[in-house]
Design a protein around this ligand. Structure first.
Ligand code: MG
Ligand code: ZN
Length: 213
């Protein structure tokens, strides 16, 4: 059997893993949703990578420095590791893409919904985007998931309810809408189990009555 690349659950940060309070510049301002640790633990136990992809325009807006953001992510990662729920990586866009006319040099090609963060994560961590998932609370997260060829799931925490309304009129639909990251994880794991059952049903070695010549 050929070695298959690991797939991932890409997870938005603010409003999905933790309460969205605007622009937290320090770990002490971050309130992780209590169910997030177990969700990440279950994702990893299912053989999927758990990768954070986050737009952090607070850097570009001057709310905090990129060093401070990286320090926050170190502490974020350590807190999850302590809960036996290690995250596989943090990929972020630090830019504040102002309107082109106002600041022609400030444009950025890495913010979600653009696919760059996903491509970078796939290259650095050796992931397959096909068959991966994206969980987030904004329309941009759903579109990012679609843009990288992953299965997009919208959660109703954070800005999720607003996003649901936006997505009703716009283009691009989530494959599933979940109350929060815990419910999204339930859905992913059910889907994975179903896929595993189907592929074992089609495995000729497991078909009864098969008599190899
Ligand atoms: Mg968010
Ligand atoms: Zn960017």
């Amino acid at each position: 059997m050929p070695m298959r690349k690991r797939r991932a659950v890409f997870i938005d940060r603010d409003g999905t893993l933790n309460r969205d309070i605007g622009y937290p510049g320090h770990w002490s301002q971050v309130h992780v949703y209590p169910y997030a640790f177990e969700a990440v633990r279950r994702i990893r136990a299912a053989g999927l990578a758990a990768v954070v992809v986050t737009n952090q325009s607070g850097v570009g807006r001057g709310c905090f420095s990129e060093d401070e953001l990286q320090e926050l992510h170190r502490e974020f990662g350590a807190a999850f590791e302590k809960q036996r729920a290690a995250l596989d990586g943090f990929f972020y866009c630090p830019h504040y893409p102002r309107p082109a006319a106002a600041a022609p040099a400030a444009g950025c090609s890495c913010a979600k919904p653009g696919p760059s963060l996903g491509f970078r994560a796939a290259a650095e961590l050796g992931l397959s985007l096909e068959g991966s998932y994206m969980v987030g609370d904004k329309a941009d997260d759903v579109h990012f998931g679609l843009n990288i060829g992953a299965v997009p799931i919208l959660v109703l925490t954070g800005y999720g309810r607003k996003a649901l309304r936006d997505l009703e009129t716009g283009r691009g639909r989530p494959a599933h809408v979940a109350e929060n990251l815990a419910a999204a994880t339930d859905w992913i794991i059910e889907r994975e189990k179903r896929a595993a059952r189907i592929s074992s049903d089609h495995d000729p070695r497991k078909r009864s009555g098969h008599d190899p010549v």
